[in-house]
Design a protein around this ligand. Structure first.
Ligand code: AHG
Ligand code: MN
Ligand code: MN
Length: 326
């Protein structure tokens, strides 16, 4: 463990000690603490579920063409509210909101956040782990805020965060200095450092893909899945963030490839693939679209999708090579 951190250090102490006196990241601690507050709000609803009336759908269809779950909307509203309250965010891109949420370009509003407020919505009603995913970019000073200013490549993120609402609630925070895991201490209402300096293991324990899609894949991608099938156990939760988190801690590879019917696949670039690709690389892993490094993709549309192969670097590179016919 690095010498500068003490186990069970609170997220607040970590954030202040990491960025409190760093002018390049002035205010990033406030953004992180806002996300922690939002995560606690969402976690309390996830835990109460039917008792809090947050199961089921709103009946609306979102910009993705998907039925909106009640918890999708609650989480989206909660995170917009706490990020606005931080006073440090200029604009938000959100899976559940078609246009850019412009909060303002006043002094100190230095950050842009892209978010999937509730990932794994199909698992909400059946008490299976779900989560939230965030990418954070530093705003270009003086740049007008609008859709175009949010279309930043993932390599320019200053931090990425995801939470998993599972048997425990964790918040994983990646910066350019590494990846730290915090566990929610619910009675104390705070996140504490329990997984310092996370590195993805060299050994791959499992592969994660929706095998139900196998017959829709092109031949080379089928070969890639067959190679994984022959080497590893299959673990697939259906919540990207839960599958990713397990693979990050235990070693593994997740893939949601495109197919001839939908070449871009299902997962979204800005607020699913980019943040998790940043975490993966900071933990020694890799993330590819099958064509290029996820973090190098120049975004063109706010809700664009991308194929995603992410996890242990060797496994990602081998899988991509097979997909390319290698
Ligand atoms: P979301 O709930 O934010 O729409 O994301 C769901 C995604 C992702 O979490 C998961 O890996 C994937 O959908 C599962 O898709 P399939 O059910 O097609 O396998
Ligand atoms: Mn999602
Ligand atoms: Mn979602």
């Amino acid at each position: 463990m690095s010498t500068t951190r003490s186990l069970y250090e609170t997220l607040a102490d970590f954030a202040v000690s990491t960025w409190g006196n760093n002018k390049d990241y002035d205010g990033l601690d406030a953004v992180i603490m806002a996300l922690a507050e939002g995560a606690r709000l969402v976690q309390s609803k996830v835990e109460a579920a039917a008792l809090a009336g947050v199961l089921g759908s709103t009946g609306d269809i979102n910009v993705q063409g998907e039925v909106v779950q009640i918890l999708d909307t609650f989480a989206s509203d909660a995170f917009v509210s706490v990020l606005k309250g931080s006073g440090r965010v200029a604009a938000i891109g959100c899976e559940e909101i078609e246009g850019t949420v412009v909060l303002g370009d006043g002094a100190g509003q230095d950050y842009i956040v892209q978010m999937d407020p509730l990932d794994g919505s199909s698992n909400i009603d059946v008490a299976i782990s779900i989560g939230s995913i965030f990418g954070i970019w530093k705003r270009d000073p003086g740049e007008a805020i609008g859709d175009a200013s949010l279309l930043r490549p993932g390599r320019e993120q200053v931090a990425a965060v995801y939470t998993v609402y599972g048997s425990s609630t964790m918040m994983v925070l990646a910066t350019r200095d590494g990846v730290q895991g915090f566990t929610l201490n619910r009675p104390e209402k705070m996140f504490q450092l329990t997984h310092p300096d996370i590195r993805i293991p060299d050994e791959v324990s499992c592969y994660s893909t929706n095998e139900g899609n196998f017959n829709t894949l092109d031949g080379a991608t089928q070969m890639a899945v067959l190679a994984l099938r022959e080497s590893y156990s299959l673990r697939y939760v259906g919540s990207l963030v839960a599958d990713f988190h397990r693979n990050l801690l235990k070693g593994g590879i997740f893939m949601y490839p495109g197919n001839p019917g939908s070449p871009e696949g299902k997962l979204r670039l800005m607020y699913e693939s980019n943040p998790l690709a940043f975490v993966a690389e900071q933990a020694g892993g890799a993330a590819s679209s099958g064509e290029q490094r996820i973090l190098d993709i120049q975004p063109e549309r706010p809700h664009q999708r991308t194929p995603l192969i992410i996890g242990n670097r060797d496994a990602v590179e081998q899988t991509v090579a097979i997909m390319k016919g290698g």
